[in-house]
Design a protein around this ligand. Sequence first.
Ligand SMILES: Cc1cc2nc3c(=O)[nH]c(=O)nc-3n(C[C@H](O)[C@H](O)[C@H](O)COP(=O)(O)O)c2cc1C
Length: 197
Amino acid sequence: MKDLRKNYTSGELIEGNVPSNPFELFTQWFEDASNAEGIVEPNAMVLTTVNIDAEPDSRIVLLKDLRKEAFVFYTNYESHKGQQIAQNGNCTLLFPWVKLERQVIVRGFASKVSEQESIAYFNSRPQSSRIGAWASSQSAPIQSREDLEQQLKDFETKYTDTAIPKPPHWGGFAVEPKEIEFWQGRPNRLHDRLVYR
Ligand SMILES: Cc1cc2nc3c(=O)[nH]c(=O)nc-3n(C[C@H](O)[C@H](O)[C@H](O)COP(=O)(O)O)c2cc1C
């Protein structure tokens, strides 16, 4: 581990050369990540929240929309992250685009998107994902994998001939940034870092 060392030479991030709007720069970098070979799930981001005792908690979620200057992801509102955000919306999103020697950190505040927006996105998901949202009580311990798969089968049977409604406990969060930090690796560990506030 201690011998793993790479000089970063892929790019630079100079204040005079970047758009004044951070969402414009984010969109450019997101396109770069989407077009780069070897970056799977360029929309994967590490969401860090805090619990009621101010202890941090992190996990990956997928960015599903960037709209009205907010970063949107979908989840189970009863999951650990859902409950933590309900208590304290302060959070960070981190995009680890290591292949491009880049990271973006969004520091902001999460709140639920409207019910209509969650329904519209839920209805656009494949049938298997919609059933899965009913079958899984995210973050809750289960008796066995078999029980979970049985739940899936039960919901598949229940919704064979009827439309699958969005579960009430499932929906989106929009993170409105207070600041967005862009990081580009540079040679000799003299990296470029720009923060938009
Ligand atoms: C590549 C990847 C993408 C994921 N995307 C999501 C997502 O969009 N929404 C989600 O709720 N969980 C997603 N997960 C699962 C979460 O990382 C996490 O395990 C789950 O949401 C429970 O988190 P919690 O118990 O901290 O609430 C993803 C995991 C990975 C590895």
